[in-house]
Each structure stands twice: as structure tokens, then as C-alpha cells.
Design a protein around this ligand. Structure first.
Ligand SMILES: NS(=O)(=O)N[C@@H](CCC(=O)O)C(=O)O
Ligand SMILES: [Zn+2]
Length: 310
């Protein structure tokens, strides 16, 4: 359970109930399924939001992933905000209605349910980051593109940035990989945009993380320019700071590298509220901060949905 005073955050069972209720309340525009199971056997829910959700329409697709890192609970609330806004707002909010009618929106509110549940065990925050395999794998160092290439992760199982035994050695990253791979239809990846939500630091980050080079064998000058242009527009909308992720620090095996490197999906990381300088406390904002700090990203979500159709 969350500590007293933080009941506004959703536990794993509360979020699965919220998703089931949203699907029951909006059967025509939602399809609730899962991408597989975590190390400890929790299903990793997948919510699809789109008009005629039961059909695979020929519309641009977008993915939002949250809570790769256990203690970053505000990100789970960010994904639940997206689910609620695009279901409850359908038919009344014109922007929401237009996107639900013209896009296929996929939301994974918790990539790391085991770690998230462990972090709130006994109603005390554990400061936990990783999954619950052995001493834990940092899911955002376990993706199979440039895995462990560039000193952007650790080979020490005790480290908070332990990359795992191999790329996708964690069942959670493997499950999301399998879902994304399944969206290659007729040889073409249907997903065009992705945001992975983290806390904290109020940043908009784009690939690559494994190198400070803008241009690589997998990123042309024009593509790098597009990431910068869209990244800056996203940051203008929410007041975050835009930068290439390696400008923050070098990471390898991160999700943005794989989404773009393998599938050319326009993939960003958002570091949400608070800005900086709060140590471990920065991961545990008050539940009064949930509404303002998730709604703060509504416009950025719309920008990504627009870009997916560009
Ligand atoms: N959320 S966080 O762990 O503090 N920062 C992310 C930054 C991700 C990135 O640089 O791409 C990470 O290190 O995985
Ligand atoms: Zn994180």
C-alpha cells in the first residue's frame, strides 16, 4: 500500500480495476489486453483506445509506456491520465474525439509491476528502481539495441543500473518488445510515436543515449533535426528542458534507442516533476501533485499524436 497521505496513487490492483472499469464504460473505443507477465507473474496491462478498437484500423499508432522504474509512481498516474482523458473525453472534447477517431493509442501504465509493488511494501517507500529478478535488472538498460555497448550501464547485479545477463533478459522488456514487434504489419511498423515516462527532472529527452553524436549509422542529420524540432516543441508545451539523452548522461540498452534504432519509432523519454535537487524525495511527490503534473503533459501528448500522422 502507499503510505498514509499518498492514497491518491494507484496500487497494481487499483490500476487494473481502473482499466477494467474504463473498458467496461467505453466498450466501443477501448480494448483491454496485456503484453505478457512480469517475473513474479503479474500481467502487464495494455489498453488500446481508438474508435472501433476491436478492429485493426489503418491509422497511425502511438504507444505510451510508464513505470519502467519502480519508484517513479507519478508516471503510472501519467498513463492513467491518458487513459481517462481519451475515454471520458470522447464525444465531448473535440481534440480527444478527433484523435480517438483517427489514431490507435496504446497505453502500458506499468511496465514494472513487481518493482512498483515492492517499492510500497508495508506502506514504506523502499527507494527501489529495478525489477525483482535476482538483485534486480534496470529495465531501462535491458533493451537489445546497443545493449551494454558504451559504459552506459553496469554489469554488477547489485548496481541500480545493472543491465541484466543479456538484452531482453527481463521478462518485462521482452513482453513490451514482443508487442512492438507484433505491430509490424505487412512489413511496416504501424507505431510511429512513443513516449516513455520517468521521474524526475522535468526534461524531454530524445535518442541516442549511447553516444553524444547526433548523427550515427541509424540516425541521419534530417532525422536528428526532427527529434530536436519536435523535442523542443514538446518542451515548450510543458516547460521541461529539451536535450539529447546522452547530454544528461550516457545510457545504453535504453528504450528510446531500441524504439528508434530497431523500428524508427519517434521515441522520447519525459522526466516529469519535480525539477531537480530533491534527492530520493524527488521520487515521492504528494498525491496533490498528481492532477496538475499529469495534466501538464496533455498538450505534449496531443503534439505526439499529431506528429504520428505527419
Ligand atoms: N528516470 S531516471 O532513471 O532518473 N533517468 C533515466 C534517463 C533515461 C535516458 O537518459 O534516456 C534513466 O537513467 O534511465
Ligand atoms: Zn526512470
Amino acid at each position: 500500500e502507499f503510505p498514509e497521505g499518498d492514497e491518491g496513487f494507484h496500487t497494481y490492483s487499483e490500476l487494473t480495476t481502473l482499466l477494467e472499469n474504463a473498458a467496461a464504460d467505453h466498450p466501443d473505443i477501448t480494448q483491454l489486453s496485456d503484453v505478457g507477465s512480469s517475473h513474479e507473474g503479474r500481467t502487464i496491462p495494455l489498453m488500446k483506445i481508438s474508435a472501433d478498437a476491436a478492429q485493426d484500423s489503418d491509422e497511425p499508432e502511438v504507444l505510451f509506456t510508464c513505470n519502467q522504474h519502480a519508484r517513479e509512481h507519478l508516471t503510472t498516474e501519467m498513463c492513467l491520465r491518458i487513459v481517462e482523458r481519451f475515454t471520458d473525453g470522447y464525444g465531448t472534447d473535440q481534440t480527444v474525439t478527433d484523435f480517438v477517431d483517427s489514431r490507435e493509442i496504446y497505453v502500458i501504465p506499468t511496465v514494472n509491476p513487481d518493482g512498483s509493488e515492492h517499492d510500497i511494501e508495508g506502506g514504506q517507500y523502499q527507494g527501489w528502481r529495478k525489477n525483482r529478478q535476482g538483485q534486480g535488472t534496470d529495465l531501462n538498460r535491458n533493451w537489445g539495441y546497443k545493449w551494454g555497448c558504451c559504459d552506459g550501464s553496469s554489469g554488477d547485479p547489485a548496481s541500480d543500473t545493472y543491465r541484466g545477463e543479456s538484452g531482453f533478459s527481463a521478462p518485462e522488456t521482452a513482453a513490451v518488445r514482443d508487442f512492438v514487434n507484433s505491430r509490424v504489419v505487412g512489413g511496416e511498423q504501424q507505431l510511429e510515436g512513443h513516449i516513455d515516462f520517468h521521474t524526475y527532472g522535468e526534461l524531454v529527452l530524445w535518442p541516442f543515449g549511447h553516444t553524444t553524436d547526433d548523427v550515427t549509422e541509424d540516425m541521419t542529420e534530417q532525422q536528428a533535426q526532427r527529434f530536436q524540432d519536435v523535442g523542443r516543441e514538446l518542451a515548450d508545451s510543458n516547460g521541461y528542458t529539451p536535450q539529447q539523452s546522452s547530454d544528461l548522461y550516457v545510457t545504453d540498452g535504453d528504450v528510446n534507442g531500441w524504439m528508434w534504432g530497431e523500428h524508427r519509432i519517434l521515441s522520447f523519454t519525459f522526466e516529469m516533476y519535480p525539477a531537480d535537487g530533491f534527492g530520493l524525495d524527488g521520487f515521492y511527490p504528494d498525491d496533490e501533485d498528481i492532477a496538475p503534473e499529469t495534466e501538464r503533459n496533455d498538450q505534449a501528448v496531443d503534439i505526439l499524436l499529431r506528429e504520428a500522422g505527419a
